[in-house]
Design a protein around this ligand. Structure first.
Ligand code: SF4
Length: 439
């Protein structure tokens, strides 16, 4: 394990070595924990001084999460790839009569839950297509089956897109907030513990109409997560980048998420004494922002937890590079390594109220995720096992790494690997038994 110098020393070194003068005021803002605006975000995307961008992201990452690299022991379950939609960037979906279409029975799901227990998983991560015919009861039964079979395994399931689909098939109206809230409550009662961050893509109407028309809008996605937070569920967020969107679109996506998190965490920040600052919304209005990356807030270890926050909140952003293979956008090149790295860094710097930024190794590769740990990311996701949604060149659906692989990747990058559960509590193992640190 390498020893990392004190944050002040690092900040001083970064300031000394800035090569692009446009980055100096940004570096000063980051060092003092001041929120960055959209123009500064664009400068971070455009500068050729990638070293400074990486160094600043690393500074913030260490300020928030020290030398810890999180991973978890999880099992992904993609219960069906049959989908009513045909998003252009998606190579996962099938129509019902198409080769490769599948759906899991409840027995299959029970088997998956047993495998999760056998593998020592603390989490099942469940998402699927928008199946046109499965009834709402199927989803409740899925959760109840897992709950009965594997009562200790946390169920993180259903993107906002699926939740809206469920409101429609439950005949609660996909547009109505009370219908969506009703669905969330039903799912929670059946065992849902939190929500993943998929389906966000990039919050922009042009991108929406060019690549995933028919899917819910960015506004609706944000509303579903807001309702989930109000119902006490923690959620996560993604950003699928590197297709037809612009850097401006990526920055706006981050701003919208940041603004939502401000709203979610404001009461928590006031009661806990975390830093708040006046900030300007993406549409020009002033509001009170919660800045976890403020040096004093971070030094006091003030991060929301399920114990201290009366609602749910966004835990992590997962920037996802678009992988063109087998999609309708196969003609696009997709982002390369340096762009992936820079997007990770900019995400860390812009999302000053997100406790975690994840390098999802399945889509970034484990080697790149390792590098990203040194440049903004503090989490590399988990052991996964099966993943049907997207595959990096040559990878199959069986994508499994062991805990030892993840620990080695973290240590080699100079970090202390910590197994977390879905809510970022530390997991302790003793043979096949595991416990978590309570908040
Ligand atoms: S991205 Fe999701 S909603 Fe779109 S086609 Fe694929 S599975 Fe269906």
């Amino acid at each position: 394990m390498t020893t990392f110098p004190a944050i002040d020393t690092v900040a001083h070194r970064v300031l000394e070595r800035v090569r692009d003068a446009a980055l100096t005021p940004i570096a000063e803002d980051v060092i003092h924990g001041r929120r960055l605006d959209a123009e500064q975000g664009m400068t971070l995307f455009r500068t050729s001084d990638i070293w400074t961008v990486c160094s600043l992201a690393d500074l913030v990452r260490r300020r928030l999460n020290g030398d810890v690299a999180y991973y978890n022991v999880n099992r992904h379950l993609n219960y069906s790839n049959i989908c009513a939609l045909s998003c252009k960037f998606c190579a996962f979906h099938r129509k019902r009569d198409q080769d490769g279409a599948y759906e899991y029975s409840l027995d299959d799901i029970r088997d998956e839950a047993i495998k999760a227990i056998d593998a020592g998983a603390t989490e099942m991560h469940i998402v699927g297509g928008l199946h046109p015919w499965l009834p709402f009861e199927y989803y409740l039964d899925m959760l109840r089956t897992i709950r009965e079979t594997a009562p200790r395994v946390h169920i993180k399931a259903f993107t906002a897109v699926e939740i809206v689909h469920l409101a429609r098939i439950a005949k609660r109206g996909r547009e109505k907030e009370e219908g969506i809230r009703w669905v969330i409550r039903q799912l929670k009662e059946a065992g849902l513990g939190s929500m993943p961050g998929g389906g966000a893509e990039v919050f922009d109407d042009r991108v929406h109409s060019e690549t995933h028309r028919g899917k819910i809008s960015g506004d609706q996605w944000l509303i579903v997560h807001r309702l989930a937070h109000e119902e006490g569920l923690n959620t996560n967020a993604t950003m699928l980048y590197g297709h037809v969107e612009t850097f401006e679109d990526r920055i706006r996506h981050m701003q919208l998420l940041r603004q939502e998190q401000d709203r979610t965490l404001l009461d928590w920040a006031r009661t806990q004494g975390a830093c708040t600052q006046t900030a300007i919304d993406h549409d020009g209005a002033e509001h009170e922002a919660v800045v976890l990356t403020d040096p004093a807030t971070a030094a006091a270890g003030l991060q929301p937890t399920s114990e201290t926050c009366s609602t749910g909140y966004y835990q992590t952003l997962i920037p996802l590079p678009f992988i063109p293979d087998d999609s309708e956008l196969e003609h696009l090149p997709g982002p390369m390594g340096l762009e992936n790295l820079r997007t990770m860094c900019v995400s860390r710097l812009m999302l000053d109220n997100f406790p975690h930024i994840k390098a999802f190794w399945i889509m970034q590769t484990l080697e790149m995720a390792q590098f990203m740990l040194q440049n903004g990311a503090d989490d590399i996701d988990g052991t996964v096992v099966w993943y049907d949604i997207t595959k990096v060149d040559g990878a199959g659906t069986h994508q499994e790494v062991t805990q030892r692989d993840l620990q080695r990747a973290a240590r080699e990058a100079g970090f202390h690997p910590v197994e977390r559960d879905t809510l970022y509590r530390t997991v302790h193992r003793d043979g096949r038994e595991w416990t978590v640190d309570e908040d």
